[in-house]
Design a protein around this ligand. Structure first.
Ligand code: PRP
Ligand code: URA
Length: 213
């Protein structure tokens, strides 16, 4: 199956934009931050799954037969650890049949290059569609490494779901993976000298897991 040309889609739903605003606020506690990520992920997930396919089926209601639609694709969620874990529960809530395949990457503090430390993916039998989930798309190093892993696995349709994207990260994904759609809550201005997104929300993993030092 071939994918449509890559696009970045910003979900401008008012609820999403409201919750994203609270997420950005440095005074938001880790507990509230987790709830907000949950809500934003549900809204992003709804947008990211609009093109899933369904098949016709029949169920018996208490009254009569009803013709219904059922998902007919194997769907994989691929969180980029750590921070991507924050998006998994809300997306599994939306897609209970989804498979979750973990990929552990962290950015080297000096170079901002991704370092892989965990990969729980099979080598054969790829899912039909994978949603790579991570709150932040900054330089794009982590996302493009993840997309490369999924390409090696042979996944035909891949989407990248992020809360906030920087122009640099979008450009990196579009250059290397022109068939991958990015679904984002916002496109921010730029990266700073430490390769953090400006204005962004700071370190998503540390805020989610209360490990800010
Ligand atoms: C963050 C974020 C992305 C990555 C984005 O993770 O969750 O994975 O940085 O930056 P990039 O686009 O420049 O690669 P981080 O490396 O801080 O690890 P963590 O999730 O364990 O906190
Ligand atoms: N990772 C984060 O958590 N935040 C950024 O702004 C950039 C990378």
């Amino acid at each position: 199956m071939s994918q449509p040309p890559a696009v970045i889609r910003v979900v401008n739903h008012p609820l999403l934009q409201h919750h994203l605003g609270r997420l950005r606020d440095e005074s938001t506690s880790p507990a509230e931050f987790r709830s907000l990520v949950n809500r934003v992920a549900m809204l992003l997930g709804t947008a990211a799954t609009e093109s899933l396919t369904t098949k016709e089926a029949t169920v018996m209601t208490p009254v009569a037969d009803a013709t219904v639609r059922q998902l007919n694709q194997r769907i994989g969620l691929v969180p980029i650890l750590r921070a991507g874990l924050g998006l998994v529960d809300p997306l599994i809530e939306l897609i209970p049949s989804a498979e979750v395949w973990h990929l552990g990457l962290f950015r080297d503090e000096a170079t901002a290059e991704p370092v892989e430390y965990y990969r729980k993916l099979p080598e054969t039998d790829p899912v039909d569609i994978a949603l790579v989930v991570d709150p932040m798309l900054a330089t794009g190093g982590s996302a493009t490494l993840a997309l490369d892993v999924l390409r090696q696995w042979g996944v035909p349709i891949v989407k990248l779901v992020v809360l906030i994207a920087a122009p640099e990260g979008i450009a990196a994904v579009q250059e290397q993976f022109p068939d991958v759609e990015i679904i984002a809550g916002a496109i921010d201005e730029r990266l700073n000298e430490k390769k953090y997104i400006v204005p962004g929300l700071g370190d998503a993993g540390d805020r989610l897991f209360n490990t800010l030092r």
